[in-house]
Ligand binder design. Structure first.
Ligand SMILES: [Zn+2]
Ligand SMILES: [Zn+2]
Length: 375
């Protein structure tokens, strides 16, 4: 596969200012491959990074005006191999997870590489080899990217490019439910908030045998997609008392697991009040403000609370196993596709949920450009 010397890549200037430039195509090092990016999905966290900077860290500082390329939910074709790499072949279709931890800190040694203690340390005298593409190293809104082989997963021929970009999102939901949570079949799960992670948490929970699986939210159109992905019950929080309705389904003691993907103070306290004694709550949303929570209820009821960052312990590989097996159809959350040159318009669709957008995908080839980039 011929690899050019330069490529098109979007970079962040000031906050919210993106420009499409020519960059050198990077060279893969030991345990790395070069991927020609065929499709990249936009995530709410990309919108955070482009506007606020966090959680991206480039050379110890905010990601602005550092020639940094965001984008982290991509898939593509292996285009070149680093020295000694025999795990993949040139021409193989692959998708990626984001975090390659340093491999030497306590968390990496536990498999929790998305919580690497050397996050962002991949430069100068403090280079620990950490990579989180689209956060601490260049990401996928470009024609090529470098990935550590631990973050690369083969894509079966039966899976479309667009669906393959969603495996990492399902991997995040998987990590929250199984590796961090310890979910086993037959336990009840409530997912609050039908965004991409919430919707795929429904799908993963159902595929893992959770029962019942309940989805709560404010928009009936999103709740209907949750039904398609396996929710046994859906609750519109605008038209009912969500805690009482959940208890009406699972019993007055409450649910075994709640995955909180809404992030509001009300939702956080609802999660606490619908969880049973000894139950667990996974916090997956990024609230922008500190929240006041009913901590006495948590303590008195031995409720476990945990945050989740990304998709550790190879959860994405297991999510791929479910998706390759067609245990659920993640492609129902892919709503729009744009050309790479139209990234600003694609970001606007994702941010403003134009035309009910859920997952918006950008492709470097094969999609006609709709607008003039940057205008
Ligand atoms: Zn993401
Ligand atoms: Zn580490």
């Amino acid at each position: 596969m011929p690899v050019p010397d330069t490529m098109k890549a979007w970079v962040i200037g000031d906050p919210d200012a993106l420009s499409l430039i020519e960059k050198p195509v990077p060279m893969p090092g030991r345990a790395e491959v070069l991927i020609r990016i065929d499709a990249v999905a936009i995530c709410a966290t990309d919108l955070e990074v482009i506007h606020y900077g966090t959680p991206a860290v480039i050379q110890g500082g905010p990601p602005f005006n550092r020639n940094f390329t965001p984008g982290h939910e991509y898939m593509g074709t292996v285009a070149a191999l680093g020295p000694g790499v025999d795990e993949f072949e040139i021409g193989e279709r692959v998708t990626v997870e984001i975090h390659a931890g340093c491999g030497q800190c306590k968390r990496c040694r536990q498999g929790m590489y998305t919580s690497c203690l050397n996050y962002g340390l991949n430069y100068g005298d403090v280079d620990k080899g950490h990579r989180a593409n689209g956060f601490t190293t260049d990401g996928g809104f470009a024609e090529y990217a470098i990935n550590n082989i631990n973050t690369v997963i083969s894509v079966p021929d039966t899976m479309s490019d667009e669906e393959a970009t969603l495996v990492v999102t399902a991997g995040t939901s998987m990590y929250g439910l199984t590796e961090l949570g310890g979910l086993v079949a037959g336990e009840s799960v409530v997912v609050m908030g039908p965004g991409p992670i919430g919707l795929l948490a429904v799908a993963v929970a159902k595929a893992l045998g959770a029962s019942p699986v309940i989805l709560t939210g404010t928009r009936d159109s999103r709740l209907a997609i949750g039904r398609q992905l396996g929710a046994d019950h859906v609750i519109n929080v605008r038209s009912s008392d969500v805690v009482e309705t959940v208890k009406g389904i699972v019993g007055q003691r409450g649910a075994d697991y709640v995955v909180e993907c809404a992030g509001s103070q009300t939702a956080i306290n609802d999660a606490i009040h619908m969880t049973n004694r000894g139950g667990k709550i996974c916090f997956a949303a990024f609230p922008h403000e500190p929240a006041t929570v009913d901590l006495p209820h948590v303590v008195k009821n031995n409720i476990y609370l945990y945050g989740i960052r990304g998709e550790g312990r190879s959860a994405t590989h297991r999510a791929m196993a479910l998706m390759a097996d067609k245990r659920f159809d993640a492609s129902v959350i892919h709503t729009h596709t744009f050309a790479l040159e139209d990234l600003p318009e694609a970001l606007r669709y994702a941010r403003e949920r134009v035309d009910d957008a859920i997952k918006v995908v950008v492709k470097a080839r094969g999609v006609a450009q709709k607008t003039q980039a940057g205008q």
